[in-house]
Design a protein around this ligand. Structure first.
Ligand SMILES: Nc1nc2c(ncn2[C@@H]2O[C@H](COP(=O)(O)OP(=O)(O)OP(=O)(O)O)[C@@H](O)[C@H]2O)c(=O)[nH]1
Ligand SMILES: [Mg+2]
Length: 506
């Protein structure tokens, strides 16, 4: 893989030698720098899909504001820095430092009198280890009522002029799959290689805890829905996988305070029946409990609750609901009552494990971080291609054919193409399970064990034997006299994949 990066770096350097004009030079210099920068992952989706909350959950801190505000309309980059710094990059090409403050909640950024429309992007530098390998980019909600906001998100993710694509990979949040989501995902494809490429996109069924109106089995129901989406032909062409995630639960788990835990403990001490009544709906949970409503019959027909006896004030309950969601409260209270969690730390762990964030982090590592070089090389080639699109000089033609040579020759790209072709139904390998083929191509992870579908602690001798068997199998398939060209080509990619994995073992 390092070889691929080297090839691309060499190509960019050559392009810089050949291209004289300043603007292209600057663009190429940026492409060059980017090859050494952390992977850029954009978080996209419709308004209020939970993008900023998920960003916070991934960083493990409340950085991004999650309610309405001017800043949610601006593309905001969160990247690793040695000091805390916020910079505004204006649409006129200038940039300036911004004043910001942070007390207990998210960062408050002062635009210094500028209108959101004048700010092209905000860059937040923050010294946290979670941002060392990845830069996270929070984008404004698409398909919003305010179409200029939505346009900005689309322009960032799918520029249609000759600007390079800025993100290497995208997490696309959808609450329930919708025609708008599909057309958005379809537009996140920028060149022949990326055309309908699932390689750099993961779909997320977000706010998963709200599925099934926050019932205790909400996450399991969400997992079933996500599993259905994973087999949806249209989605399979567009993203690698679909996972359920409860960003709010994960954000709260990462930032849980002792006060919040104590408030939950206090609630958990209440009479069981009373609690059940309180947790019937969000409205009941936060209802004011003055003496007049004591034992009053309820508007939603549920059993009357002796709400006056609830010693946790409504304001605190409102806060708990905002932080945990109804599902989170419903999960936390029994855990505390049954003594299964005794401290705020225990509760944080329990919520974290239910939120789906652990699986998402692992997936990000397997699917994006381990393929970082390929994804970055891919973005760099797209960018150089775009930067030189308007040129017809000999130099541009030379670079153009070099790009084609790298794309055709790099095995990592051959794997991507094969995966795309399979998902689009262009290649079918008789008698081979799709899942097996995808696994070999690294969709479940790029380690030898992940490619073979074996446990991560499998013995090297077992891995070796399994790889040799795969190589033998694919050689035979490819050499079969009745094999079509598709099958022969696919088989040679897979043989090379397995040989590469074998070399990795050594
Ligand atoms: N129950 C629940 N609520 C969530 C979750 N994620 C976000 N929310 C809530 O949904 C609202 C919107 O969340 P944000 O993270 O701001 O969503 P966004 O997609 O960034 O919104 P915009 O940037 O305005 O488009 C907030 O009130 C969050 O608390 C979740 O996983 N579960
Ligand atoms: Mg947001």
């Amino acid at each position: 893989m390092a070889e691929l990066t080297e090839q691309v770096k060499h190509l960019v350097a050559r392009a810089r030698e050949l291209c004289a004009d300043d603007e292209t030079q600057q663009g190429l210099a940026a492409v060059e720098r980017r090859l050494d920068e952390p992977l850029r992952v954009a978080i996209a989706g419709k308004v209020k899909a939970g993008k900023s909350t998920l960003l916070n959950a991934l960083v493990g801190e409340q950085l991004a504001k999650t309610d309405a505000g001017e800043c949610t309309k601006i593309v905001t980059w969160y990247q690793h820095g040695h000091t805390y710094r916020v910079t505004l990059h204006m649409t006129d090409g200038t940039s300036r430092p911004a004043r910001f403050s942070r007390e207990s909640g998210p960062i408050e950024i002062d635009l210094g009198g500028a209108a959101a429309e004048q700010v092209a992007r905000i860059v937040v530098e923050w010294p946290t280890k979670r941002l060392v390998d990845v830069t996270l980019i929070d984008t404004p909600g698409v398909a919003s009522i305010n179409s200029s906001v939505s346009d900005r998100a689309l322009a960032f993710l799918t520029p249609d002029d000759d600007r390079p694509v800025e993100a290497d990979a995208v997490l696309y949040l959808m609450r329930h799959m919708h025609a708008d989501d599909l057309s958005f995902l379809e537009s996140f494809h920028d060149d022949e290689l990326a055309d309908a490429s699932p390689i750099n996109a993961i779909g997320l069924l977000s706010r998963a805890d709200e599925v099934a109106v926050g019932r205790p089995d909400a996450m399991r129901v969400a997992e079933r829905i996500a599993a259905r989406y994973r087999t949806d032909e249209r989605l399979r062409k567009l993203c690698q996988t679909v996972l359920p995630v409860g960003g709010l639960l994960a954000e709260t788990a990462a930032t849980l305070t002792q006060d919040e835990f104590e408030a939950l403990q206090q609630l958990a001490d209440h009479d069981r029946k009373q609690l059940d009544g309180l947790m019937l709906s969000a409205d009941r949970f936060v209802a004011d409990t003055g003496p007049a409503t004591n034992r009053a019959s309820t508007a939603d027909g549920g059993p009357a609750v002796d709400r006056q006896a609830c010693t946790v004030p409504p304001l605190v309950r409102r806060h708990l609901l905002d932080r945990f969601g109804l599902f989170g409260v419903r999960v936390a209270l029994p855990l505390i009552r049954q003594g299964r969690v005794a401290t705020a730390g225990d509760l944080a762990k329990a919520l974290d494990s239910r939120s789906g964030i652990v699986a998402l982090r692992e997936d990000l590592l397997e699917r994006f971080a381990n393929r970082r070089d390929v994804l970055r090389a891919r973005s760099a080639l797209v960018s150089v291609d775009r930067l030189l699109a308007g040129f017809s000089s000999g130099a541009a033609v030379e670079i153009g054919s070099e790009i084609e040579r790298i794309r055709a020759g790099a095995h990592a790209f051959a794997e991507i193409r094969l995966l795309n072709d399979c998902r689009r139904g262009l290649v079918t390998l008789g008698g081979v399970e799709d899942g097996e083929l995808e696994r070999l191509l690294g969709t479940a992870g790029t380690s030898p064990a992940a490619r073979l579908g074996l446990r991560s602690d499998a013995e090297p001798c077992d891995l070796r034997a399994a790889l040799l068997a795969e190589i033998e199998k694919w050689r035979r398939k490819g050499a079969h006299p009745l094999a079509s060209k598709d099958v022969t080509d696919a088989a040679s990619v897979l043989v090379r994949t397995c040989e590469g994995a074998l070399a990795d073992l050594h």
